[in-house]
Design a protein. Structure first.
Length: 124
């Protein structure tokens, strides 16, 4: 199954989502900041990134832009995970380089559909 980089600074939220995804067979890498996300993505080349947008240091918006600038990570799909739920926030995430947007609290069935769609697109 695919390797997913989960970027979330809230340890409890990260652990809950990571556990749920692992139970479904995904290999989960974890990062707690934008800096860690960029480094982990370069080193591990995950199949997909779940990116919290409100992070310490480099936030998710900037981390997504940085991932798009780098040739080795530019094609990795990114799903923004955020409590920012206004229509403009979705547009902002897409403009930063995210491929999809999932508001928090995350509804797992919705997130899984987005993950599967983006992973399928990557394998074609």
């Amino acid at each position: 199954m695919a390797r997913i980089l989960l970027v979330e600074d809230n340890e409890i939220s990260r652990e809950i989502l990571a556990r749920r995804l692992r139970r479904l067979g995904y290999e989960i890498l974890e990062a707690a900041s934008g800096e860690e996300a960029v480094c982990a993505a370069k080193a591990q080349i995950p199949g997909l990134i779940l990116m919290d947008m409100t992070l310490p240091g480099i936030d998710g918006w900037e981390a997504a832009r940085e991932l798009r600038r780098r040739p080795e990570t530019a094609s990795i799909p990114v799903i923004a995970l955020t409590a920012h739920t206004l229509p403009a926030d979705r547009e902002r995430a897409l403009a930063a380089g995210c491929d999809e947007y999932e508001p928090k609290p995350v509804e797992l069935p919705n997130l899984l559909r987005k993950i599967e769609t983006l992973l399928a697109r990557q394998s074609n």
